[in-house]
Design a protein around this ligand. Structure first.
Ligand SMILES: C[S@@+](CC[C@H](N)C(=O)[O-])C[C@H]1O[C@@H](n2cnc3c(N)ncnc32)[C@H](O)[C@@H]1O
Length: 303
């Protein structure tokens, strides 16, 4: 296979190390050529292609090499140091949309958008998707502790129609409750894909490329991976607020999904959603009580 690759195009060889399939190596080569576009001059283009292929050969995820990844209809920038959006996440966020639309139609007058919090926003994929799907019916607050993530999320929020519909807040969810709770206590829907892998599971459930190149901060959490679910649910309960109406948490597996359902009981009706690979991927919570207090107008700072 290596000899065939070398004969066709020597730069396919490092791609082969990463992909282990000639067909996939050729596909990645095509994507890299497309990413550079025709405007890059031939010598500079070849140097950049060489660099990209070598990086890929070292195991750097394709999304970091190309600098982009799709999230449903969106094409988002990816940068080292920021978690790469996953299709599994897109699936459950898409499934939340009808709930948000219904909530908007049922409970909102035209003057106020639905308030959504995207906690642990990373590249901003969830915030950006919700903002572009619901347009002026929504305002999203995107929260993360990482400056790199927030810078990228802000960059990914460049689409004209979404600008101004997403605000960015830096907060440590585990330590700065006073910063994030006011946003959550006023929102209608909380969407959250937190770090959820336990240290013990890290090697079992992730590839070496994920461990070497994606930020550990985005992957691992204490308390068997449950630290964020526990913290968020405990603080919302402690604050004795009636919002949000819905919470959707991404989870890693069936056992974790069951633990989150237990943590949410009895204040929330829980459903466990599977992804299209048949794996438990999201815990969707709906408040068991409906008596929302009137909305408090709030000025959202944009950082
Ligand atoms: C699994 S990634 C999810 C990113 C994005 N929402 C997505 O679905 O692709 C988790 C994110 O949580 C952020 N994070 C980690 N620890 C945090 C903390 N203590 N407070 C706030 N955000 C945190 C990371 O920076 C990372 O962007």
């Amino acid at each position: 296979m290596v000899a065939t690759a070398r004969r066709r195009n020597p730069l396919l060889v490092p791609l082969l190390w990463a992909t282990r399939s000639l067909a996939q190596a050729r596909r990645e080569w095509t994507w890299m050529c497309e990413e550079l576009g025709p405007s890059v001059k031939s010598h500079a283009r070849m140097l950049r292609l060489q660099r990209m292929c070598k990086a890929r050969g070292r195991g750097v995820p394709l999304q970091y090499v190309l600098g982009s990844e799709s999230f449903g209809p969106l094409n988002l920038q990816c940068r080292k140091g920021v978690f790469i959006p996953r299709w599994e996440t897109y699936e459950w966020v898409l499934r939340c949309l009808p709930y948000m639309k219904q909530l908007y139609e049922q409970a909102h007058d035209d003057s106020r958008p639905l308030e959504v919090v995207d906690m642990c926003t990373g590249s901003g994929c969830i915030a950006q998707f919700v903002a572009s799907a619901l347009h002026d019916r929504v305002h999203v607050t995107a929260i993360d502790v990482s400056m790199k993530a927030l810078a990228l999320a802000r960059h990914n929020n460049r689409e004209e129609v979404c600008r101004g519909r997403v605000g960015f807040v830096r907060a440590d969810v585990l330590k700065q409750v006073d910063v994030w709770l006011p946003f959550v206590a006023r929102c209608d829907v909380l969407l959250c894909n937190p770090p959820y892998i336990s240290d013990a599971d890290l090697v079992r459930v992730t590839s070496s490329s994920v461990r070497r190149y994606e930020p550990l901060l985005a992957l691992c959490a204490d308390e068997c991976g449950d630290a964020f679910y526990r913290k968020v649910l405990r603080e919302i309960h402690r604050a004795a607020v009636y919002r949000p109406r819905y919470i959707a948490f991404e989870v890693g597996d069936k056992e974790q999904a069951k633990r989150v359902v237990q943590l949410a009981s009895p204040h929330w009706n829980a459903s466990i959603w599977k992804d299209s690979a048949g794996l438990e991927r999201c815990v969707f919570l709906e408040r068991t009580t409906n008596n929302n207090p009137p909305h408090q107008p709030h000025k959202f700072p944009v950082y």
